[in-house]
Design a protein around this ligand. Sequence first.
Ligand SMILES: C[S@@+](CC[C@H](N)C(=O)[O-])C[C@H]1O[C@@H](n2cnc3c(N)ncnc32)[C@H](O)[C@@H]1O
Length: 206
Amino acid sequence: MDDPYRKSARIYDRIFDGMNKGLKLVGIRMFRPTKGMNILDVGCGTGTHLELYQRYQCNLSGLDLSQSMLQVASNRLKSTAQLALGDATSMPYENARFDLVIAMLALHEMSPKIRPQVLCEIKRVLKKDGRILLIDFHNGPYQPFQGWVSKGIIIIAELAAGRNHFINYRNFMNEGGLDRLINQQSLQIEKQQVVAGGTFGIYLVR
Ligand SMILES: C[S@@+](CC[C@H](N)C(=O)[O-])C[C@H]1O[C@@H](n2cnc3c(N)ncnc32)[C@H](O)[C@@H]1O
């Protein structure tokens, strides 16, 4: 299968990690991990998000469709995380295994058809009292000037990622983004923060 990240995986962190780290730290403040928790990052990419959870001595798992992204994650995380190559529509985990499932900047790039399937899978592998941390693009209102600049950078990055990627991003935004998906799946928002001038939403749901 074609790997859309074949060329960009090696430079992904140099471009995005600085910008995205703040979002991840907000997520950690929303849900403090504790020792021994089982945590899954769906669409874990290069593993920078799981790396931030290492200090909490949790059991870390990452799932991604891209072999190139997983290779970078594996070099970074070594044996501190169980990484799996696979599609989030059919996860290789038993029911009710995780205390926290994270999906950051993954849902917007999936086709609209599979987004509900992925959320159903997340619910399946989540413990009854577990939480889901969703971080993705948000539909404003965009604040001057931070929001406008951030929105401009996002559009350029999404265009650069290719036609299909951009179509899925546009659909995600036009269809109401995370708010709509959370509603459709009858998930309850426990905490929510909109940051970067209205361009990113961080949601803790159950
Ligand atoms: C924009 S990157 C974000 C990576 C990481 N979550 C972060 O925030 O740095 C999106 C990731 O989602 C993965 N992805 C996309 N569709 C997927 C699917 N159906 N199943 C698993 N991973 C998927 C991609 O391979 C990519 O690594």
